[in-house]
Ligand binder design. Sequence first.
Ligand code: ADP
Length: 293
Amino acid sequence: MSASPATPDPATRPVRARSSEPTTTSAAAIARRPRRMPSVTTTARRVTLAGLNAYYSDNHAVKGIDLEFAPNEVTAIIGPSGCGKSTMVRCINRMHEEIPGARATGSVRLDEQDVYAPSVDVVSVRRTVGMVFQKPNPFPTMSIHDNVAAGLRLTGTRGAKLRDRVEQSLHAAGLWEEVKDRLDAPGIGLSGGQQQRLCIARTLAVEPEVILMDEPCSALDPIATLRIEELIEELKQRYTIVVVTHNMQQAARVADRTAFMLAGELVEVDSTEKIFTTPSDSRTEEYVTGKFG
Ligand code: ADP
C-alpha cells in the first residue's frame, strides 16, 4: 500500500521534528511512533553474545547472557544502576579485562570471529568495536584536529590521507561546520556536546564496524542530547550500535530493539515498541512504568 501525498512517509520524516515535542511524552508513546529505516547498509557486523559471564573478583556482575546485536540497528540496554549494563558492553571490545581482578567467560562473536580467541589482536578488536563514554574525554593537550588524527597516526596514516580522513570523520560526527575554521584550537575548548561529537569523530576515524555508547548523553544538556540522538540515527546506516542508557525516553527515541537487564541477567530483549508497550515479563513492565529503578 502506498502512502497518499497528504500523508508524510514516516520513512522520510525528518528526525529533527522531535525537537518540538513536549518533554513529558511517555516512553511508550514515543516507542509506538513509526521509525526511519536505514537506507544504506555497509560493513556493520553482527555481534553475538553466548553464555557471557563477567566477574570482578568474586562479584558475578554479568550472568549467562545470550544476546545478538544486528547490523544497522540501534539496540538500547536499559536496567537499574548496577545491573551490569556497562560491564556487559565492555566485554564486547575486551575493555572489561583491563580492570584488575576482572574476567569474562562465554563467547562474544563479531559475525563468525570469536573476539576472545587466543589468536585475536586486542588492539584490532578495539578499533573494530569503538566506544564512546559517558563523559566526553578528548585528549586534553591535543587540538581538535589531533584528537581525531591520533588513532589514525598510530596506524601509519599521514599527509593528505590523514587530513581527508579527519575531515570525513568530523563530517560524519556532524561537527565539521562548527570547527572547520579552528581545527588547531584545543579539543577541550569545545562545549560538552561538541566534545562528545569530537569523541565520536575520533571513534569513526579508525573505521569501526560496531559502536558502543555508554550513557553518551548523561553529561549533556537537552539540545546537545538531541543532536547526539540524531547522529545515532544517522550512524546506524553504517554501523551496529549499542547504547546503554538510563533514560527510557531516549531508548524509545533511538533504539530499534531494547534489552532489559536486572541483577546481571538479561530479562528480555525485543522491539523497542514491544518492550515499552506490551513486554513479556512483569519485571520489565514494572521497570518501564517506573515502579522501581
Ligand atoms: P550498570 O552499568 O548497570 O550501572 P555496572 O556494569 O557498572 O552496572 O556494574 C555491575 C556490577 O559490577 C556492580 O555490582 C558494580 O558494583 C560492579 N562493578 C562495576 N565496575 C566495577 C569495577 N571497576 N570494579 C569492581 N566492581 C565493579
